[in-house]
Design a protein around this ligand. Structure first.
Ligand code: XMP
Length: 516
């Protein structure tokens, strides 16, 4: 039996994932679907309510995205947000057109009628708006619930159908009463019980894996040591034990002690069937003299597939391959009504394995957001160091060593990176920062060695700390000077061959997070 679900129809809103998360944070399962969804598909999802998202179009434009109008007749509660409200009103005979002025950012709304949707919301409330169109005349079938100076119908409900609308965005952080409104919709209008929680997610995933894999087949999992593949491995191990075989490829481009951590966690603690392949020599040989970043990525991606394939072929009876695909990847790879947005992770994902390997896929995280994956990881007993770790790129330190990759340069960057991570952990910054790392620059700068100025063999390390919600945009972290000072002193004193440390203060865009 599928959990009671809120179906969110995506009309191209930049906030659609946020709506899904807000619903889930209130312990109700949600999924995002395209406007082409059929009534039967909605029923098959065990829908208890529907949310129409916002979107950039005008409902009266020829190419405006629309869903089947019969959805309004299903008897399910509908909450329209922004464009979603205008569309629902349009479908039910109200008039939508351009407002006298566009309304962006924080606005005050005044509640003009009491309603379950607005329970516990102050009469004067701050909300976040982003629209040009408005509902101009509301048909007699509706009741206005709120207004602003420029928008006469900022919230409304239908008199005889369970249809509600808000012109503002309750899902964004800048609408302080937004979560209350979403809760009211879920609990008072859709009568959800709020029993969607992470223990159930893990239990359901384990059950589904058992059903899919059956009693005898084996599953191969490429373990990188990152959160996603670690949680995938822990879930599948819980489901089928020793019939899971994990392959960890040491490409020689990892941080210090990475292989030890993976072995200690998965082999010793979880007692998993783990094969560690030390392929560092072949990776480093192929990368010799290569300085172009995309060329590095290509070589590493190709070599990874070769090594993985050779190891997988040694495993008898393996029919399935596990992958750590997350819900945002699923949405962004084509389920979004707004068309696929550029997905940086997929685009970069050199750890991806081609279909020609001939395995069936097991993707137990397909329905989950990253924070839910972390909670599942905690629930399964993965160590904090794994559950809360920063993302690390597939090509590893290769894209953080600008220019030629040599064992000496790798060693310098690894030692510098150790200092950086140690210092931010001990100063309490690790969980505030989204990604922290060092970059070895391809230049030498002057230093004073004894009484002489010296250029020879003296490297520069750039330190990069970013904060980011989705890694599509990022800002540099205003970290304490004290922390930067300690990092600089320690790197220069402890890492031989480095005489200068700089801090990267660029945001993305226009810079990227990585330097290559
Ligand atoms: P950029 O540098 O594009 O990075 O702002 C965005 C996020 O992607 C990671 N990244 C990669 N991940 N293979 C990966 O698996 C790659 O080639 C790659 N390049 C960048 C980066 O660490 C950040 O989290």
């Amino acid at each position: 039996m599928k959990p009671a679900t809120i179906v969110i129809i995506d009309f191209g809103s930049q906030f659609v994932q946020l709506i899904a998360r807000r619903v889930r944070e209130n312990r109700v399962h949600s999924i995002i679907v395209s406007p082409s969804i059929t009534l039967q598909e909605i029923r098959d999802h065990n829908a208890v309510g529907i949310i129409f998202s916002g979107g950039p179009a005008s409902v009266y434009a020829d190419d405006a995205p629309k869903c089947a109008p019969e959805i309004m007749d299903m008897g399910l509660p509908v909450l329209g947000i922004c464009y979603g409200m205008q569309l629902a009103c349009d479908l039910l005979g109200s008039d939508v057109g351009a407002g006298n002025s566009r309304e962006y950012g924080r606005t005050q709304v005044e509640i003009v009628a009491e309603d379950a949707l607005l329970n516990h919301v102050p009469t004067q409330a701050t909300v976040w708006m982003s629209h040009g169109d408005i509902v101009k005349t509301l048909s007699d079938d509706f009741v206005a619930l709120a207004k602003t100076d420029t928008c006469p119908y900022a919230a409304m409900r239908h008199k005889s159908r369970p249809m509600y609308g808000v012109q503002f965005h309750p899902e964004v952080f800048h609408t302080p009463c937004g979560n209350q409104i979403i809760r009211n919709f879920l609990y008072d209008i859709c009568h959800c019980t709020g029993d969607w929680q992470v223990d159930h997610v893990a239990d359901d995933a384990i059950k589904t894996i058992r059903e899919k894999v059956g009693e005898t087949d084996r599953v191969i999992c490429g373990l990188s040591g990152g959160v996603d593949s670690s949680v995938v491995a822990a879930l599948i191990h819980e489901a089928i034990g020793d019939r899971l075989i994990c392959i960890y490829v040491d490409n020689g481009l990892m941080r210090n002690r990475e292989t030890d951590l993976v072995e200690a966690t998965f082999k010793q603690h979880f007692n998993m069937n783990l094969r560690c392949v030390d392929a560092s020599e072949s990776f480093l040989t192929k990368l010799k003299g290569v300085t172009d970043p995309q060329e590095k990525r290509k070589i590493i991606g190709h070599e990874f597939i070769e090594v993985f394939k050779a190891e997988a072929e040694k495993i008898d009876g393996a029919r399935f391959l596990a992958q750590g695909t997350l819900y945002p990847d699923v949405i962004e790879s084509g389920h979004s009504a707004s068309g696929a947005t550029a997905n940086i992770k997929l685009h970069h994902n050199v750890g991806g394995l081609p279909k020609e390997l001939g395995f069936e896929l097991v993707e137990p995280l397909r329905d989950l957001f990253k924070d839910e994956v972390r909670r599942v990881g905690e629930h399964l007993g993965l160590p904090e160091e794994i559950v809360w770790r920063h993302p690390f790129p597939g090509p590893g330190l290769a894209v953080r060593i600008m220019g030629d990759i040599t064992p000496e340069r790798l060693s310098i960057l690894r030692d510098a990176d150790d200092v950086i991570l140690e210092e931010i952990r001990s100063a309490g910054w690790y969980n505030i920062i989204a990604q922290a790392f060092g970059v070895l620059l391809p230049i030498s700068t002057v230093g004073v060695m004894g009484d002489d100025r010296s250029y020879a063999g003296q490297h520069v390390i750039a330190v990069r700390f970013v904060e980011s919600a989705d890694f599509m945009t990022a800002d540099w972290v205003r970290v304490d000077y004290e922390v930067l000072g300690r990092i600089s002193t320690r790197i220069i004193n402890e890492v031989e061959g480095v005489n200068r440390v700089v801090y990267d203060i660029s945001s993305k865009p226009p810079s990227t997070i990585e330097w290559e």
